[in-house]
Ligand binder design. Structure first.
Ligand code: P5A
Length: 445
């Protein structure tokens, strides 16, 4: 993409209404525009990152054997009356009535909707286990929408639902989700720690939240610092292998890690003092096992091997897809702007032309652009007639992890400059070597 033809409405000034750095940077980098409280339009740069996050979520769900569907945002209140949650959900639910006076709602979550699909089509244990998921917009009329996409009213969620014949099988689904989520967050450059939590209006006893540690997080968390040393890395887990998944879960859930809702002072005090940590965290996901709560109330049962009708065991599993943009920026920025992890960056590499209109410089930038594109990468070429300082400031603000700077002086010696946004380190390389270096960085993303 050539910047002169793109739509990147960056703001020079800090927006007054943004209290935390991720919100400020998303507005300044022209990623989102507030439409009304807690509701945002996604501008091109923001949309690119959102789509990258979605892609990683889809890829990791596919590995776990989970199947994508897409359910409507607007749901019938009758379904929620069946489960009893229509009245329970309270003021967070946006209630709508259609022209016929039917009560509708904008879904804050989809347990009822998916249970309705399940009961219409699945009747035998032979069709289990089954996990369906979607990435779809939700609406929660939060009392205090704030911090931009972090606590929105309309927000994008990955929500998955497992259907299993019994408790053991459902716990395997729970574990499968935990394993898939660990890898998902790591690919986004995040350390998200599973912590024992409270299930709130979703229900059930078994639940973990995934938290990214950050001073601006809304949750208070307590943990054993040993958990920070755990890395999922590139290990390949067979998602059908019950004990392999359980082992990963044991590894991550053995060190103490809890949100304030489930914090246990006595257990916490058993941790050696130097490892006892408390801080703030951003909740980027949550997994639940709630047994037969919805299948009992909504009549979702299957025939088992002995021809008995049994209610299915269920859980649900969420990732805050739009919130993740805020969480990633909170975890990865500096005074000059965002620093995107390679896994989610909106463009792979920036190209800065220091002398727009100079034939050799324009030609070298064009050649770089072609070579990067031919290698399957997406560069953002700043071909505007701007001062070098302004171009660098824009690149730093929008946070592309790699920048290639091209100017007449370097070209005389046959070199361009490749700079890492994260370390600020630069190397002088030939055009071919610079392209090769960038291609190599992205080999594993
Ligand atoms: C799990 C999937 C559920 O709703 N039902 C379907 C279950 N879980 S949850 O924890 O309530 O939400 C899942 C994740 O969504 C994000 N989230 C939000 N993101 C932005 N703004 C909000 N107002 C908001 N509320 C929830 C969180 O990341 C949460 O973990």
């Amino acid at each position: 993409m050539r910047l002169s033809r793109y739509f990147l409405p960056v703001l020079k000034e800090n927006p007054a209404d943004a209290q935390i750095v991720s919100h400020r940077l998303m507005l300044r980098a022209g990623m989102i525009k507030q439409a009304s409280a807690g509701i945002y339009s996604w501008l091109p740069l923001g949309l690119k990152v959102l789509r990258n996050i979605e892609r990683i979520v889809h890829e990791e769900q596919a590995k776990a054997g989970h199947i994508p569907v897409l359910m409507p945002t607007v749901q019938s209140a009758d379904l929620w009356r069946e489960s009893g949650r229509y009245d329970d959900y309270g003021e967070e639910m946006l209630r709508i009535s259609d022209r016929h006076g039917h009560d509708m709602l904008y879904g804050p979550t989809n347990e009822e909707q998916i249970t309705d699909i399940f009961r219409a089509h699945v009747h035998s244990y032979k069709d289990l286990p089954l996990t369906l998921y979607q990435i779809q917009w939700k609406f929660r009329d939060e009392r205090r929408p704030r911090f931009g996409v972090m606590r929105g009213r309309e927000f994008l969620m990955k929500d998955g639902y497992n259907f299993d014949i019994d408790y053991d099988s459902a716990m395997h689904a729970y574990n499968r989700h935990m394993v898939a989520y660990l890898r998902t967050y790591e690919r986004m450059g995040l350390k998200a720690i599973p912590m024992r939590a409270d299930s709130g209006p979703i229900g059930g006893e078994d639940t973990h939240e995934f938290l990214v540690l950050a001073d601006t997080g809304e949750s208070e968390v307590f943990y054993d610092s040993d958990i920070l040393d755990l890395n999922f890395g590139d290990r390949v887990v067979d998602f059908d292998d019950v004990s392999a998944c359980a082992e990963v879960v044991t590894e991550w859930t053995t060190p103490y890690a809890r949100t304030d809702e489930t914090h246990d002072e006595a257990l916490y005090n058993d941790i050696p003092e130097a490892r006892r940590k408390s801080s703030r965290g951003i909740e980027v996901g949550q997994i639940f096992y709630f047994g037969t709560k919805y299948s009992d109330s909504m009549g979702a049962s299957v025939v088992d091997g002995e021809q008995n009708k049994v209610p299915v065991h269920m859980g649900s599993h969420g990732i805050g897809v739009s919130r993740l943009l805020g969480a990633i920026i909170e975890a990865s920025h500096d005074d000059n702007g965002i620093i995107w992890p390679e896994g989610v960056t909106p463009f792979h590499c920036g190209i800065v032309n220091l002398r727009q209109g100079d034939e050799a410089t324009d030609g070298a930038c064009g050649a770089l652009y072609e070579a990067l594109t031919a290698a399957g990468l997406e560069p953002l070429y700043d071909d505007r007639n701007e001062r070098a300082g302004a171009k660098f400031a824009t690149m730093d603000l929008i946070g592309l992890p790699w920048r290639i700077t091209v100017g007449p002086r370097g070209l005389k010696n046959g070199v361009v400059e490749l700079t890492s946004r994260r370390t600020g380190e630069s190397q002088e390389l030939s055009i071919e070597a610079a392209v090769e270096a960038v291609v190599k960085v992205y080999e594993n993303h």
